[in-house]
Design a protein around this ligand. Structure first.
Ligand SMILES: C[S@@+](CC[C@H](N)C(=O)[O-])C[C@H]1O[C@@H](n2cnc3c(N)ncnc32)[C@H](O)[C@@H]1O
Length: 243
């Protein structure tokens, strides 16, 4: 049997998805407030940049993978207009239903589907844009998920992967101190969940850096991949073009 990482732990591949599910079942209720606190609101700017860079237009068909509480799905829905479609998906029911309730409260009803990014239930060439924000890191077979994202895109379509990445050297010490000493304490204080936020810090360190993810996207079938670092590499946006 093959092994993989769950944070710094080595686990059997068959266990990773259920361990990840445990994390997001636990954090779903406090996810949005924790996002604002942990990133000091920066996640809103990172997401706004992603939407601006996506080239989304009225009438586009957009798939939001690992969409969670729906930040990107909501923003895209406003841009594609009534002729377009945004499909809001996630593997986790607690995250997806928290997001769906939030979207309904904002007056937006979207097709919402539980699905695993590694086995997308959509035909080839269905979407103009596919997005995955802070989700890829949690997937067991990232290469398989990237291939699926490429498959469901139309030729000329774009994948946008927004994810934590490798910070610039001068930021490393301060970022490590924040991640391993402060972040889990905020998690304990606000969400009564230190472990999930320790997993967050560890999973970021185990995630492929900018160059590695770029080459994984090329291997998955993307003809061209651009990388945009944000906040000194704390986060990177990888944009893949299906040629
Ligand atoms: C950190 S949240 C990101 C939520 C949202 N995209 C955002 O940016 O706020 C990560 C999400 O990835 C989802 N996820 C993890 N593994 C997945 C998989 N294999 N397929 C689809 N979603 C997955 C989790 O359930 C969780 O909702």
């Amino acid at each position: 049997m093959s092994s993989t990482h769950f944070g710094f732990e080595t686990v059997d591949e068959s266990q990773k998805a259920s361990r990840v599910r445990g994390v997001f079942d636990s954090v779903a209720g406090k996810y949005d407030v924790m996002n604002d606190l942990m990133s000091m609101g920066l996640h809103r700017l990172w997401k706004a940049y992603t939407i601006a860079a996506s080239g989304v237009r009225e009438g586009h068909k957009v798939l939001d993978i690992a969409g969670g509480t729906g930040d990107l799905a909501l923003a895209f829905a406003k841009r594609v207009g009534p002729r377009g479609t945004v499909v809001h998906t996630d593997i986790n029911e607690a995250m997806l239903s928290t997001g769906r309730d939030r979207l309904i409260n904002e007056g937006v009803m979207l097709p919402t589907t539980i699905c695993d990014a590694e086995h997308l239930p959509f035909p080839e060439g269905s979407f103009d844009i596919v997005t995955v924000a802070f989700g890829l890191r949690n997937m067991t077979h990232k290469d398989q998920a990237l291939k699926e994202m490429c498959r469901v895109l139309k030729p000329g379509g774009r994948l946008l992967v927004l994810e934590f990445s490798k910070v610039a050297k001068p930021l490393e010490k301060a970022y490590d101190f924040y991640s391993f000493n402060i972040l889990p304490k905020i998690g304990k204080l606000v969400a009564n969940d230190e472990e999930s936020y320790r997993y967050l810090a560890e999973s970021i360190r185990m995630h492929p850096d900018q160059a590695t993810l770029k080459s994984m996207m090329k291997d998955a079938g993307f003809g061209h991949v651009d990388v945009h670092n944000m906040t000194g590499g704390v986060v990177a946006l990888h944009m893949g073009l299906k040629c």
